[in-house]
Design a protein around this ligand. Structure first.
Ligand SMILES: [Zn+2]
Length: 421
């Protein structure tokens, strides 16, 4: 096992002050330079005179099954189950999520503590008193969040995913970036060699050990029509949104591409030769390649106004988003359960599954955007932003952005550095 290396704060580290909006708390943002990597801590950790053993809960396990395997009596098990239920709100164990840690005094010593671990951020410690009653003590683990910076460039023949992976951006963060930028650009058609991008995202640590990644904090992409940049920002009412550098809402009411990273197989046009019918007619939407069964999310929040079948569209769903915009999704193999005419859907909610019903040469999503009753090109139509900032929040945002930008300059100069939150 590798040893956790010492963290060294560079003498040159930039120190800046960040105003956290709403809370008006001053937080020192230190850019910290780290030498070396971190090792993983294995399942069995030995202290000087205690033995720790961690058990993963798998399908078919129950609390009593595991506890009796570790030598606990029926009385102990009942006492543990009772205190977990009453004092920690834990009614049972979840397979593939929960872990149980058994701590003994010495290699073969008596059990001194049992810890239920529902997440890397919570431990429920169980101890037995002299009368033989078990008590529990839930502990929330201190989350140490660091912001890291990764930058990359699209090379010839690259996809954003490949370039992002090469730049060291984890898959989950890349998926989040896709989701954020899907309002602004089309990753299939708008990606070119030479385009640069950068992402600042959270890494969560506990006791110097990386546990997981948090959210995308800043994303910047040199798109065809210019740089697209978004900042994650918490408003004074504690709601979180993404904003452009001027503080305008970056999240649009509709996504231009409802499914991430899908190839455009046919663009919007007023004239095209229909692949099935053979004659020329307008293509009122955009086709995305999507294997049968691909989940189709709603491009925006709204209400289902039509769900049915016709010869051209096959199975289709139409959603009204506001007084101006509607979207339509065609050739679906099936509809999502509980999505019917009148259903209110959230942005990103799965409404159906891709297929090739109706007039289609193969499985794909045909996606239409209808503005004031007229079909428009989803890729170019001007979309309204949601979640705009009021004057007070905008002022705080701009201060926050300035501070963060300065701290990020330190990261650009030293890619191994991070911002300590
Ligand atoms: Zn189409």
């Amino acid at each position: 096992m590798e040893k956790v290396k010492e963290i060294i704060t560079s003498k040159k580290a930039t120190r800046v002050v960040l105003w956290v909006a709403g809370m008006l708390a001053v937080v020192a943002l230190a850019v910290v330079v780290v030498f070396g990597g971190f090792g993983r801590v294995g399942d069995i950790v030995r202290g000087t005179n205690t033995k720790h053993e961690v058990v993963d809960v798998v399908a078919g396990d129950t609390l009593s099954k595991i506890l009796s395997k570790y030598g606990l009596s029926g009385n102990d098990i009942n006492s543990i189950a009772a205190t977990l239920r009453t004092n920690a709100g834990v009614g049972g164990l979840r397979a593939n999520r929960d872990k149980i840690e058994f701590i003994r005094d010495g290699e073969d010593g008596p059990l001194s503590k049992i810890v239920i671990i529902p997440s890397p951020w919570r431990r429920i410690e169980l101890t037995c008193d002299d009368a033989g009653n078990w008590n529990c003590n839930p502990i929330d683990i201190q989350r140490d969040t660091r912001l890291v910076y990764r930058q990359g460039e699209i090379l010839d023949g690259d996809s954003f995913y490949l370039a992002g992976s090469r730049a060291g951006i984890p898959a989950g963060i890349l998926a989040e970036v896709y989701d954020l930028l899907a309002f602004e650009m089309d990753f299939e058609r708008d990606v070119r060699a030479g385009q640069k991008f950068s992402v600042v995202f959270e890494e969560n640590y506990a006791d110097g050990r990386k546990i997981d990644n948090g959210s995308v904090v800043v994303v910047s992409f040199d798109a065809l029509r210019g740089n697209v940049k978004m900042y994650r920002y918490r408003k004074s009412d504690n709601t979180i949104g993404y904003y452009d550098p001027n503080g305008n809402g970056a999240i649009k009411s509709l996504k231009r591409t409802p499914i991430n990273n899908a190839r455009v197989t046919s663009s919007f046009s007023t004239r095209r030769k229909h692949p099935v019918l053979g004659f020329t007619r307008a293509h009122k939407g955009v086709d995305f390649r999507a294997p049968t069964g691909t989940p189709i999310p709603s491009a925006g929040a709204g209400r289902v106004v039509a769900r049915g079948y016709n010869r051209g569209h096959g199975n289709f769903i139409k959603i009204r988003h506001n007084g101006t915009f509607e979207t339509l999704y065609a050739h679906l193999s099936k509809f999502a359960k509980n999505v019917k005419v009148g259903t209110v859907v959230k942005q990103g909610q799965i409404i159906g599954y891709a297929g090739a019903t109706g007039l289609a040469t193969g499985p794909h999503l045909h996606y239409e955007v209808i503005k004031d009753g007229k079909h428009v090109n989803p890729m170019t139509v001007k979309l309204p932003a949601i979640n705009n900032l009021d004057a007070a929040n905008k002022k705080s945002f701009l201060e926050y952005r300035g501070t963060l930008d300065k701290a990020i300059e330190g990261l650009v100069k030293n890619p191994k550095a991070y911002i300590q939150m």
